[in-house]
Design a protein around this ligand. Structure first.
Ligand code: HEM
Length: 274
């Protein structure tokens, strides 16, 4: 994400050792993981600045954002360019101050690095536990390989394999890397959701983990069942809207398409190479 987000290479693979940023990210996610589904605890810990790792990560992110902002050639085509273009425009739409730049720069790093890594780890775990999907997937991937360009996968070919999408989505349902979205504040007049009134100015969160594993929305919610997605099985998926790995609405994940492409490509190459 250093390159896509900031035009900056971490060079971890070349150096053969983990860059400080990756180490901080892993430690931070480890700390978050220990809180389990108690997402409110995370907000308290953040506000009290209890985590030295998070503070160090913030410092490094700010440094990266400042360095990128100071670059003479701003036309780099990375994610930060879009942020900076808005911030420097006459009437910024989203990036009205530098703190927003820092906070979204941190989101690019956290959101894009450990999330995809976690989905891949869970996906391989599920495939190891359900080897028959490996065989089915292998056949589908072989058909897509080289279909348009010799010895290559194209994004388009990979995105047309329903089993691959079902495996990825089912993995994200059972083990979503982001247990809950960030809090949103209710409007001053309050809001009524499903018959429950929430007063104004209250921070609310929708825990994806709880939604994805609720019997109200999925039969046998703890079971990994990609084939049930393929069959459009209404008995199993009682409400398809109860699937929010990237959340929904105007502030949903900007990286969701990229995520799907990366996951599809890694799975494709893995099956062809090994
Ligand atoms: C499995 C992979 C991913 C998952 C599950 C995920 C999930 C999410 C979620 C739930 C949010 C909403 C957070 C909130 O506002 O409450 C979000 C926002 C965001 N994500 Fe992702 N993400 C993933 C990958 C990526 C990638 C690859 C990128 C960068 C290319 C990225 C960049 C962002 C950014 C910049 C936002 C903030 C959008 C905004 O505030 O308008 N994410 N992501």
């Amino acid at each position: 994400m250093g390159k896509v987000g900031f035009s900056h290479e971490f060079r971890s693979i070349e150096a053969g050792k983990e860059h400080k940023m990756l180490h901080l990210l892993e430690s931070m996610f480890g700390e978050i993981g220990q809180m389990g589904e108690l997402t409110w605890l995370l907000s308290i810990a953040q506000n009290l600045k209890l985590s030295k790792t998070a503070a160090e990560f913030d410092q490094l992110t700010m440094l990266m954002a400042d360095r990128r902002a100071a670059a003479e050639d701003n036309n780099k085509g990375d994610i930060l360019q879009h942020f900076l273009d808005d911030m420097r425009s006459e009437k910024p739409i989203a990036f009205t101050n530098k703190n927003i730049l820092y906070s979204d720069a941190a989101l690019v790093l956290t959101g894009a690095t450990d999330t995809i890594g976690a989905v891949l780890a869970h996906l391989f775990y599920q495939l190891a536990n359900h080897p028959h999907y490996q065989d089915l997937l292998h056949v589908q991937l072989q058909k897509a390989y080289g279909k348009t360009i010799p010895d290559e996968f194209t994004n388009q070919n990979l995105s047309k394999i329903p089993l691959l999408d079902a495996l990825i989505n089912e993995t994200m349902r059972v083990d979503n890397p982001i247990a809950s979205n960030d809090p949103r504040r209710t409007p001053p007049e309050g809001i009524t959701v499903d018959g429950v009134h929430i007063p104004g100015g209250v921070a609310v969160q929708v825990p994806a983990y709880a939604l994805h594993r609720s019997e109200q929305f999925y039969a046998e919610p703890a079971q990994f069942g990609p084939e049930r997605r393929l069959d459009d099985n209404k008995e199993y998926v009682k409400n398809a809207e109860a699937f929010i790995p990237f959340i929904v609405g105007p502030n949903n994940c900007v990286g969701k398409r990229m995520t799907m492409s990366v996951l599809q490509l890694v799975m494709g190459l893995f099956h062809v190479e090994f």
